[in-house]
Design a protein around this ligand. Structure first.
Ligand code: AKG
Ligand code: FE2
Length: 363
């Protein structure tokens, strides 16, 4: 297969879905090429570092290299798996909610979590599939037949996404001037971690009652690779007067963003942007919205704190010292802390991540 060397043209809309409205305000995210990043193109790697510091979100063009097109094929296949998965009856799906066992893998019904301090409930359902389960690092969780049949596809998608995450981490490692391989070694594919695929479904909302489907948050882990097709994802740019803007989905691209772990490792040098999901804009609001996500997280036992070994990473000031938590506990607290169906009181702030730092508001 041959690939062009110029940036691939952007196709604005997904065939078969209503278009994203041209008048919606959108985040000006950079569009990076996976092929160039893999080739070590200096300008492209610099753009990756800048985006990771300023916004913490970018598009990754997957169309110009085989590793990218095969990930796009896997994502297409898994979109179909996601549709079938959520067709199961509510009772069938509920059997796979493992939150009572302190696990965030498996199913989360719509309305099982709060989206804000006022206690409004979410409007999407999830199914979280563990990387360790699919790649044989841990035992297998019970799962619906649809997922059993898709294990090979899930494994391929997980390996492909993980490999892209490693490419990103290696570039960031170099630009941060950390000892060689440091970030990568905290994210070994075959070590126990909270890495997961998430299937998401949000049905169209009533015309007179459109609300936030997924509350504002920063992602809990290191790097997120996201595929969505309808608008609705919004980011909050830095600064006190910032207003929410949409991230326009682009065919052939993943949306990549950094999570809390990267903020903690770099004491705020890299940014994990606050984002949320609202009803899709314009004519898209009447369609069912699906997304597919790969969340890469540090290995379970990794402590989330400033990494040693680079003068470029700001020192933690006296008085700013934070509680040090390992990756596993951090994710459990964040993932389950806003669930309303676990019998306890929900303390919205206790389940927070690096949102406050993400705002970049000087106090
Ligand atoms: O559905 C999306 O576009 C984003 C989902 C998301 O932010 C998440 O699951 O953490
Ligand atoms: Fe997210």
């Amino acid at each position: 297969m041959s690939f062009q060397t110029n940036p691939t043209p952007v196709m604005n809309n997904f065939p078969g879905l209503p278009p994203f409205p041209d008048d919606a305000s959108t985040a000006p995210l950079l569009r990076l090429s996976l092929r160039k990043l893999l080739a070590g193109d200096a300008a492209e790697c610099e753009k990756l570092f800048m985006s990771s510091k300023d916004i913490g979100f970018f598009y990754l063009d997957l169309q110009d290299v085989e590793q990218g097109t095969s990930l796009l094929d896997d994502a297409d296949a898994l979109f179909r798996v996601g549709e079938a998965l959520f067709e199961l009856s509510p009772e069938d799906k509920q059997q796979y909610d493992f939150s009572a066992q302190n696990s965030y893998f498996g199913y989360k019904a719509q309305g099982a979590a709060v989206v804000d301090k006022q206690g409004n409930l979410d409007r999407n359902e999830f199914y979280n599939v563990s990387k360790d389960d699919i790649l044989g690092v841990s035992g297998q969780l019970p799962a619906p037949e649809t997922l059993h049949q898709s294990r090979a596809r899930l494994a391929s998608f997980m390996r492909g996404s993980h490999s892209i995450v490693k490419t990103i981490l290696t570039i960031l490692n170099k630009h941060l001037r950390l000892p060689e391989g440091m970030l990568s070694n905290l994210h070994r594919q075959y070590a126990a971690s909270g890495d997961q695929v998430r299937f998401v479904k949000a049905p169209p909302q009533p015309v007179d009652d459109r609300r936030t489907a997924l509350g504002q948050h920063t992602d809990f882990g290191s790097v997120t690779v996201l595929f969505n097709r309808l608008g609705g994802l919004q980011v909050l740019p830095p600064g006190a007067d910032a207003e929410w803007v949409y991230v326009r989905p682009l065919p052939g691209h993943a949306i990549v963003n950094l999570g809390d772990a990267m903020v903690k490792f770099t004491n705020g040098l890299l940014r994990s942007n606050i984002h949320r999901v609202v009803a899709p804009p314009g004519r898209q609001a009447d369609s069912t919205r699906y997304s597919l996500v790969y969340f890469a997280r540090p290995e379970d036992s990794v402590l989330l704190r400033r990494l040693e070994g680079s003068e470029d990473i700001p020192r933690v000031m006296d008085g700013d010292a934070e509680e040090v938590v390992n990756s596993k506990d951090w994710i459990i607290r964040r993932a389950l802390g806003r669930r309303v169906d676990l019998g306890g009181e929900v303390d919205f702030d206790k389940a927070a991540g690096t949102e406050q730092m993400s705002r970049r508001i000087q106090v």
